[in-house]
Design a protein around this ligand. Structure first.
Ligand code: ACO
Length: 440
């Protein structure tokens, strides 16, 4: 341990074995297949020296150690929607289970700003400073731009100065895909801390005159911090799937390179979500059950071992027809909160996870399944053995102050860097210009 301040409650307490800073060089961590101590550089194939001894690899696990979510304050109820489109509260409730959704009403509320607020809560929960994050993966279906990535904007907003960042596009399956990526980076020894965020402002790409889609979606962001750990458990297995033959069933057709933005693409509503609801419904009920079964088999678990399923919150009937009926998982083992948020795409599972924890439905030792589906078509499931204490650790005043100062400084630092870049580009001559002058 290089710095006492870096030893968090979680590192020292409930979840012993989460790697602290100072171990980021992976000292003491042999490759997954172990090393020949006296035969450095040798492999089993290249015949190590006779005296070499084999040290079994130290096990490495990917644990969720922090979590948080943020939703915009503006709520639109089904009754509100009755004023906008030809729909009825009864229809929406009975066909989807949705009662209301949160919508980003202020222009300042963007996928990145919601993601930053969710990310901060996850870091606060884990009591980890943003400069410890190695990688930020933002799964989103409503990125701020085609590029730069929303993850990079979040990285800047968090002041996570040591983190790489990228967006992951797998529609509503994106958060579970991203968890799987985080696990892979950690198990490979490439990262100690990965911040996984699902962040959406779908209200900006929904056609508010189309009753078949606008009643379904909502805005919000959820985040989890995944950490390297010696404690067995954590994200145990994942299943990822795709069937691109169904790409046209759920799509935002225009705005990419296939149909670039034009007057026509705007006039024909090409930048809004288009969906064949019935086809997506059939696909979803099939893959949610299949992916859950597959991931449990991969993790060496049975349906009876599962303590809680947290499914993508798109439609209560999809959850009923797949996880509950096909897999015979009882309702008390399935978490549903879509009545309050609608379908928040990549944010739905992390928001549901946070609420399940708040409701006392998750405790250390529990076996969880996250399972989702979405455009692509895609589907994904993760099996998790939960090991982290769910109570918020007592805030360490000094570490909390350091974090809050970093968040405050992040915006100022970003503005300063922009200003410096402007000065360089406008005032100072470029190297080429200096060369040209010298030649004259
Ligand atoms: N209010 C009132 N009536 C409506 C509404 C509405 N909001 N929307 C559709 N209807 C009407 C239809 O026009 C249709 O009328 P008709 O029979 O006169 O033609 C009738 O209701 C039935 O329509 P269906 O589409 O058959 O209704 P269904 O029971 O399939 O429910 C729904 C529609 C809710 C969209 C359902 O198909 C569904 O949830 N599908 C999955 C969608 C989904 O989860 N998408 C997200 C994927 S995740 C991602 O990647 C973003």
């Amino acid at each position: 341990m290089s710095n006492q301040n870096d030893q968090t409650d979680r590192e020292n307490g409930g979840l012993n074995g989460v790697h602290a800073e100072g171990e980021r060089s992976h000292n003491g961590h042999a490759p997954a297949n172990g090393v020949y101590e006296n035969g450095k550089g040798s492999t089993p194939d290249s015949q190590p020296r006779a005296e070499a001894t084999f040290t079994p690899a130290q096990a490495r696990y990917a644990q969720i150690v922090g979590w948080g979510y943020h939703v915009p304050s503006k709520v639109i109820t089904n009754a509100d929607l009755e004023q906008i489109v030809d729909t009825q509260d009864e229809w929406i409730r009975s066909r989807t289970g949705i009662e209301e959704r949160h919508v980003a009403a202020s222009p300042a509320e963007t996928s990145a700003s919601l993601g930053v607020l969710a990310g901060r809560k996850a870091l606060d929960m884990a009591d980890i400073h943003p400069n410890k994050i190695d990688l930020i993966i933002c799964a989103t279906s409503s990125p701020e731009h085609i590029f730069p990535s929303t993850a990079s904007i979040i990285q800047d907003g968090l002041g996570a100065s040591n983190a790489g960042a990228f967006d992951l596009s797998a529609a509503c399956s994106g958060f579970v895909y991203a968890l799987s990526m985080a696990r892979g980076h950690i198990l490979a020894g490439d990262a100690e801390y990965v911040l996984v965020i699902g962040a959406e402002t779908l209200s900006r790409i929904v056609d508010w005159t189309d009753r078949t889609t606008c009643v379904l979606f909502g805005d919000g962001a959820g985040a989890v911090l995944v950490a390297a750990s010696d404690v067995p458990g954590g994200i145990m297995a994942s299943v990822l799937g795709s069937d691109g033959s169904g790409a046209d069933l759920l799509t935002v057709p225009a705005g990419g390179s296939a149909i670039p933005a034009s007057l026509e693409s705007v006039n024909t509503g090409g930048h809004f979500i288009k969906m064949d609801g019935r086809a997506v419904f059939r696909f979803a009920t099939r893959v949610m059950a299949e992916a859950t079964t597959q991931v449990l088999a991969k993790a060496g678990l049975t349906v009876q071992d599962v303590d809680l399923v947290i499914p993508h919150q798109a439609n209560e009937r999809i959850i009923q027809n797949s996880v509950l009926k096909q897999l015979q998982i009882p309702a008390e083992k399935v978490f549903i909160n879509l009545q309050k948020y609608g379908n928040t795409s990549t944010a739905s599972i992390p928001i549901a996870l946070c609420e399940a924890i708040e409701a006392g439905r998750v405790k250390p030792g529990d076996k969880l399944v996250f399972v989702g589906f979405g455009a692509g078509l895609t589907w994904a499931a993760c099996a998790v053995e939960w090991r982290t204490p769910v109570e918020k650790p007592e805030a360490n005043w000094w570490r909390n102050t350091q974090r809050q100062a970093t968040y405050q400084a992040a915006a100022a630092r970003s503005m300063w860097k922009r200003a410096i870049r402007r000065v360089y580009s406008q005032v100072l001559p470029t190297r080429e210009e200096r060369w040209d002058k010298n030649e004259e």
